[in-house]
Design a binder for this molecule. Structure first.
Ligand code: 0O2
Length: 212
């Protein structure tokens, strides 16, 4: 089967752009209301063609069923505090049956991966209108703290460097640093009321200065 990749990826690109705007808007709405936002920042990407092919071979997914791959469209939502993850997950669950449908959820915070990876994943089905028609696609929304993201970004690049064969001693250090990152998250949670207050005050001060 020969796939027209540019055409195939169009709805995924559209979905990533739309979902990024939607989640970024939630953050700016909280800020406009002078409230603490459980969303710190949002990123998104469409999986590279080479990674789609590599994963389809690894997972034995034939190209004519490639749409079953859940993370061709990926959205990442970063939160300051661990408790914010649950709030963001609730915001997404509230949209179930509205502009998206939740297919299933994967809790890698309760069920930490062998590597030390932590994140909350929600697989959604999302409908887009494109120049070539309407299409419903799958997207993966990853919700994690800044510390979890820091760890995952470094581990991901090391995996790339070592071609998924990270030496045992580095693997061990990574596992330890995943725990250190989680300890940092726990410490921040202990002082969360102060963090939330300080950011409210900082925002008010910024808007007063902007008004002058
Ligand atoms: P990228 O570049 O972020 O797209 P699989 O993709 O086969 O490993 P599965 O079951 O399809 O796993 O999905 P899973 O476990 O939910 O993982 C999908 C994505 O979660 C990965 O996509 C990563 O973004 C992230 N992830 C999962 N496990 C790890 C991990 O141990 N370390 C890091 N750094 N990220 C992880 P991709 O395609 O691997 O990467």
């Amino acid at each position: 089967m020969i796939l027209d990749w540019k055409r195939f990826l169009l709805p995924y690109e559209q979905a990533v752009e739309e979902l990024k705007v939607k989640f970024k808007s939630i953050r700016s709405e909280y800020r406009k209301m002078g409230q603490y936002s459980p969303i710190e920042f949002v990123t998104g990407r469409v999986k590279a063609m080479s990674s789609i092919v590599e994963k389809s071979e690894r997972r034995n997914i034939p190209l004519d069923r490639i749409e079953e791959m859940e993370d061709i469209a990926g959205i990442r939502i970063m939160c300051q505090l661990v408790d914010d993850i649950e709030k963001v997950v609730s915001l997404i669950r509230d949209r179930d049956g509205k502009d998206l449908k939740i297919v299933y959820e994967k809790d890698y915070i309760e069920n930490i991966k062998e590597s030390g990876y932590r994140s909350y994943h929600i697989i959604v089905s999302y409908r887009v209108q494109t120049a070539i028609g309407e299409k419903e696609i799958l997207a993966e929304i990853q919700v994690r703290t800044l510390a979890m993201n820091f760890w995952a970004t470094i581990e991901h690049s090391l995996n790339y460097k070592f071609n998924e064969q990270i030496p045992e001693d580095i693997k061990m250090r990574l596992k330890n640093s995943a725990e250190a990152a989680f300890l940092l998250d726990k410490e921040m949670s202990e002082i969360k009321d102060e963090i939330i207050d300080s950011q409210g005050m900082f925002q008010q001060r910024s808007s007063i200065i902007a008004d002058i």
